[in-house]
Design a protein around this ligand. Sequence first.
Ligand code: GUN
Length: 299
Amino acid sequence: MTTIIDGKQVAASVIEAVKDAASSLLQETGVKVGLAVVIVGDDPASHTYVSAKSRMAKECGFTSVQHTLPAETTQEELAALVKTLNEDPSVNGILVQLPLPKHLKSEPIIQSILPEKDVDGLHVVNAGKLATGDLEGGLVSCTPAGAMVFVRRIHGEDLSGLNAVVIGRSNLFGKPMSALLLAANATVTTAHSRTSDLAAVCRNADILVAAVGRPQMVKAEWVKPGATVIDVGINRIPAPDKGEGKTRLVGDVAFEECAKVAGVITPVPGGVGPMTIAMLMANTVIAAYRSAGRKPPRF
Ligand code: GUN
């Protein structure tokens, strides 16, 4: 029997733990967790994501402040806002929604966020801590952290002897995911568009994580029988069966056929997706605990 992971349910359990942690911190130290979310311009998809993040922060009992800046905002104005948020002790986490409008450079902005407030885990200090296996000191990028919650719930803390293959080598996902699996003692291969015989590489995986951005690329023949398959892809494809001009979301994994071979598989939507916001909340609580000199809980 194949297990289909319910990402919404796992995310809800993380959110419950975040709420408990935020409420304990408030009771014990008087510190209310604070998240600042910054959005520049009027990209509708970005506004939808940011509203969901701000709403969830409030639901978790945080102080949630959203800074909505016009599309014409200059690099200097955005940098000045980040500096103010860095210096504000009531702000534990800062998230600058990406992509920024084309005239703005995102990298200097992301790197100007204090690493201890970088709840997106994108600062080089946080990437470096993860790369050196310092999981206690830094903040881990939310989507790989969420995928890793699934891996831990299925395989436990120690992945010794297991082969893990991550397809994708982005700084946002592939590299941190590989680092997390390696830190848990898996034998890790980071595959990508230049890998030869990708199917054979994937068939070796006890844990297969797909983050390539190509709809339904991973086929049943790529999956080792009984493997854990985690699909990080979110692709919108035409769905003429639903009516003219209609679309549907699919992952990087051909779900129906792979589900027949895998032991455990995540669906799209409803798999890794819901975990990203949950882990953002978890990172914010972790940042607040550290700022208060307390040992944060593990999520
Ligand atoms: N845009 C899409 N996903 C993300 C994310 O995880 N963090 C930020 N900052 N922007 C995004």
